[in-house]
Design a protein around this ligand. Structure first.
Ligand code: NAG
Ligand code: NAG
Ligand code: NAG
Ligand code: NAG
Ligand code: NAG
Ligand code: NAG
Ligand code: NAG
Ligand code: NAG
Ligand code: NAG
Ligand code: NAG
Length: 873
């Protein structure tokens, strides 16, 4: 049988409604939208009982239509499909879904398109569907009466999911309904990408009823499939279910099965692929539906294109569902031709109860960060900007919003770097959200209706280089920070009543001395912070008014020293000591925090460090960097409050005194986490940041042993485009980790961090410190020791002996190689952090190559779990 051909048949046949047989399940996480209906639409679908609402609140473009009466009596046109929203205007129109459980959870998203000649043109359109910022599916309407119903299993990287209809010049896009269902995160495991539904069949269902909610608690739609010429069906009235099979195939689906009409023949099915590079995840469901006699067995092998697909025969269990699936996609075939062949001993023919196959859709592009996106949407809604502002503000690049420019950097989120709101009729009320666009370099607010005082936050936007506020009705003086920034040349300010200094302009437009420029940028930071400090001092006396004026305030709270004392229970528990102070454990409400207080002896240094660290922390947000909770500037008390990391620093975990030995996989994961944090600092933000003090004590571990980089006190930022290095007046860092080139020349680049990180990797691999005690001889550098052992030969002598050989040699070799490349004497020979991240990912993948196929027992037991399992094909 040919699946593709019969898929259509199944759609045509799936006309009868199945009655709800099981008690109502929780639908609280479901999102069900009947597109093209009036705002107050709210009904419970007669078949499923699921509540559908209008799409009015989710999109503000498009036109709404009922489908033609010629098609409303069609049995396929269930109520949610009787109206459409169509999009004659704009190339891209997007719905925004915000599922309650947010990002990083697994969802099933399904869109339905029933044309039904809604426009009276009888022209079948074709258009693209994008998910997030990536291509998902081409909607291809082949008959006015038939719906196309793409579905995808997706883990969104952001709380905001965009579903975009893209006009490709082959007809007007439209949509009938949009549904989202939360799944259990353990379902449908895949190693990458999202899973676009290819087929989902309820095999052997003679009743021709599609099965969905409430039979299927996840509201998957199972199409009945019977091949009358080749297949017989068996069924049972018993319940076939097991709550521990985490795919939860519905009992109604499992209680019917296909079997060959001629019991001596194999059960076969096949499909052709569009391309051999297509990757499929295939899920097969089995259960025995007949009570077997002692002299009966049912046992069969599965072959794909003539090769054994799974390395042991299947014996379906009586009334208990089993699922066979691969932990990696099947690929490299132009045709998938499956045969289930009974073994010699088997007295009964093979069965198949249900089948699902998904095609992998690569999700390649990052969405703009949630904070920036929220800010852009807030601007959009409050200013009623009617441009092409749809979907993600920055991505994909060809659909970037009008008046917005973004920076794109590999896999990292795009950043909004310029915003032109000139002549947009905007008013002052919600200007403050612009502070959340923390990467802005250019902001044009000219010729609007802005009134009142010029907001202070504009002076605190770290990367802002060009600001135009002319043609408004602002009153009062220009804030002092803005004037300062403009005077020292870090900002090109255009404002009414401001004499523009030609000198300033010149200096700005041709930056001939990058070093000077970057130093002056640092100077600006210091001034800003000092100004901020003074403003704070004043503020504390007066009443704190609007606390959400700008980002520093809304994101990071300022604490008084007495608050610090109460948070830390009078500085009771010391959890670390650094160069300039002490770190205490604290609690804000139920949240644990770490509080770093600079000692008063290091007031000057301490203040510099606080400024530096603060400046890094407010501009970086990454899962592998410790995040800022607040700070304290109170008389001589300076402190920073961070999130608490339950497992302390990496050094402690590698120490021989620590009884719990980190296993090889944990070690690689920690190295990868830390590498990703550094990669972000180097390449993920517009102005690269050199950490300058990468070492094991500055890598902290949370309760799950996931690592984050901490301690940005020595960090230096510099604009990545104009400068290739920063000269520093003082060599800083920690012996054993210090880049020899930086030490000799004082030229600081991100390659200095790479060197230090190479040493960190070596420590992780060997469990030995950066400088090894070599009593009675002088201490030796870990790097030299590893180089020496490598020449002698055996990898096992390098890797931490406490691992007792429990590691993959190829993975260890690769890790040592990348570490040694990092510690190359010449910085030019060192890899970039992006290359380090890629190499470490490969090491980790070598370590975790999963078994190829898993048969999940109805008890949730993994039936086959052997890394060495071989598959002959
Ligand atoms: C839909 O069903 C729910 C519970 O089953 C009920 O509370 C709600 O009132 C119903 N809504 C409509 C519009 O019938
Ligand atoms: C759309 O469907 C028609 C009819 O089945 C087919 O000929 C055509 O190749 C399809 N186009 C795409 C892009 O899938
Ligand atoms: C179950 O099997 C019987 C006998 O073969 C058949 O009449 C009936 O339609 C089947 N039921 C389903 C739901 O397939
Ligand atoms: C998801 O499935 C796992 C394994 O079956 C189960 O332990 C867990 O409770 C499920 N989670 C939810 C939210 O249903
Ligand atoms: C199995 O045993 C039953 C009696 O219990 C008998 O009728 C049947 O013929 C046997 N079948 C086979 C294949 O031996
Ligand atoms: C795909 O097949 C080609 C030729 O048979 C082979 O060289 C290649 O390694 C295969 N790729 C994968 C990913 O299996
Ligand atoms: C087939 O049955 C024989 C005797 O019952 C047994 O020894 C043999 O292992 C079985 N073969 C398989 C592949 O199960
Ligand atoms: C965005 O970039 C384009 C091309 O580089 C430039 O012409 C335009 O002025 C920029 N827009 C803003 C608002 O900076
Ligand atoms: C903003 O757009 C206006 C016209 O729409 C243009 O005159 C102005 O130069 C733009 N500003 C920037 C900074 O590109
Ligand atoms: C600015 O204020 C003046 C006087 O209050 C008024 O005449 C003018 O229309 C205002 N301009 C704008 C752009 O609102």
């Amino acid at each position: 049988m040919d699946v593709q051909k019969f898929y259509m048949l199944a759609v045509l046949l799936s006309v009868l409604l199945s009655e709800a047989t099981i008690d109502a399940q929780d639908t609280s996480g479901f999102i069900s939208i009947d597109c093209g209906t009036p705002e107050d639409t709210n009904y419970n679908d007669t078949r499923t009982g699921i509540n559908y609402i209008s799409d009015e609140g989710l999109i503000n473009t498009g036109e709404i239509y009922p489908i033609s009466p010629d098609y409303t009596s069609n049995t396929l046109s269930e109520k949610p499909y009787l109206t459409v929203r169509s999009f004659p205007e704009g190339k891209r129109n997007c719905y925004i879904l915000k599922p309650a459980s947010g990002k990083s959870n697994k969802y099933l998203i399904r869109a339905t398109f029933l044309y039904g000649n809604y426009d009276g043109q009888n022209k079948l359109p074709q258009f693209d569907l994008h998910l997030g910022v990536d291509y998902w599916y081409t909607v291809n309407i082949t008959q006015a009466s038939l719906y196309d119903q793409p579905e995808i299993v997706h883990v969104p990287p952001s709380d905001t999911i965009y579903i975009c209809l893209v006009n490709t010049g082959k007809g007007t896009p439209f949509i009938s309904s949009l549904e989202l269902r939360p799944l259990n995160n353990t379902m449908y495991p895949s190693d990458s990408g999202s899973l676009s539904l290819f087929v989902r069949f309820d095999m052997g269902n003679n009743g021709l009823k599609t099965v969905r909610y409430k039979d299927d608690i996840y509201d998957r739609i199972w199409l009945p499939l019977v091949f009358e010429t080749t297949q017989a069906t068996i069924n049972t009235t018993s319940i076939v279910d097991s709550p521990t099979n985490f795919f939860r195939p519905p009992s109604t689906v499992m209680s019917t099965a296909s079997t060959p009409l001629d019991p001596t023949l194999p059960l076969t099915f096949n499909w052709d692929t569009d391309s051999v590079t297509d990757r499929y995840y295939i899920y097969m469901y089995f259960a025995e539906l007949e009570k077997l006699q002692p002299n009966q067995t049912r046992e069969f092998n599965i072959f794909l294109n003539g090769g054994l697909y799974f390395n042991q025969p299947i014996n379906p269990l009586y009334l208990r569902p089993q699922t066979l699936y691969g932990s990696k996609a099947d690929t490299n075939y132009s045709k998938y031709d499956f045969s289930f062949i009974k073994t010699k001993n088997s007295t009964l023919p093979p069965v198949l109860n249900a089948l699902e196959a998904f095609k992998v859709v690569d999700i390649l592009h990052a969405q703009t960060g949630d904070l920036e996106t929220a800010a852009m949407y807030s601007i959009k809604s409050s200013y009623r900007i009617s441009r092409n502002w749809q979907g993600d503000p920055c991505a994909p690049q060809e659909y970037v919003w009008d008046g917005v420019n973004c920076s794109y950097n590999g896999f990292n989120s795009p950043k909004v770097i310029s915003l032109n709101l000139s002549s947009s009729g905007i008013t002052s009320s919600t200007l403050a959200v612009i502070a959340n666009l923390s990467n802005l370099q250019t902001l044009d607010l000219s010729n609007n209706k802005l009134t009142g005082r010029i907001p202070d936050f504009l002076g605190h936007m770290f990367f802002l280089k060009v600001l135009n506020i002319k043609g408004n009705n602002f009153t009062g003086p220009i804030p002092s920070q803005l004037l300062t920034n403009s005077q020292i040349g870090s900002l090109l300010l255009s404002a009414d009543g401001l004499p523009i200094n030609e000198e300033v302009k010149k200096k700005k437009s041709n930056v001939v001395l990058p070093i000077v420029a970057s130093m002056s940028a640092l100077f600006v930071i210091l001034i800003l912070l000092a100004a901020l400090w003074i403003v704070r001092m004043k503020q504390r006396e007066s009443q704190r008014k609007s606390n959400n004026m700008y980002s520093l305030e809304s994101k990071n709270k300022q604490f008084t020293y007495s608050e610090i004392l109460s948070i830390t229970n009078n500085l009771q528990t010391i959890i670390g000591r650094g160069g300039f102070g002490i770190v205490y454990h604290g609690k804000i409400g139920d949240t644990e925090v770490a509080v770093k207080m600079f000692s008063s002896a290091s007031m000057d240094e301490g203040f510099k460090e606080l400024v530096s660290e603060f400046n890094v922390l407010i501009h970086v947000h990454h899962k592998n960097l410790t995040s800022l909770v607040g700070y304290c500037i109170d008389g001589e008390h300076l402190g920073i409050i961070y999130e608490y990391m339950a497992n302390g620093d990496l050094k402690g975990h590698l120490s021989e005194r620590n009884l719990y030995v980190l296993n090889w996989q944990d070690r690689l994961q920690i190295a990868l986490d830390a590498a990703q944090g550094l990669e972000y600092l180097h390449h993920g933000i517009k102005n690269a940041i050199v950490h300058r003090d990468v070492k094991c004590t500055n890598i902290l571990l949370d309760e799950k042993l996931r690592a984050k980089i901490a301690d940005f006190g020595l960090s230096r930022a510099y604009p990545a485009e104009t400068v290739t290095h920063v000269s520093t007046n003082r060599i800083a860092g920690t012996p054993g980790y210090l880049d020899p080139e930086y030490q000799n020349t004082g030229r600081l680049t991100e390659k200095s961090d790479i060197y230090s990180f190479g040493i960190v990797i070596l420590e992780i691999l060997t469990g030995k410190p950066a400088i090894m005690d070599n009593n009675p001889n002088p201490p030796i550098n870990l790097k030299n020791w590893v180089g020496w052992i490598m020449q002698q030969g055996d990898m096992k002598d390098i890797v931490d002996p406490r691992l007792m050989g429990e590691f993959e040699v190829t993975s260890a070799k690769k890790a040592v190689e990348i570490a040694m490349a990092c510690v190359s004497q010449e910085s030019a020979d060192r890899p970039t952090m992006t290359q380090v991240v890629m190499a470490l990912k490969e090491c980790l993948a070598m370590e975790t190559i999963p078994q190829e196929k898993t048969l999940m027992d109805s008890d949730g037991q993994i039936f086959v779990h052997s890394k060495s399992m071989s598959m002959s094909r």
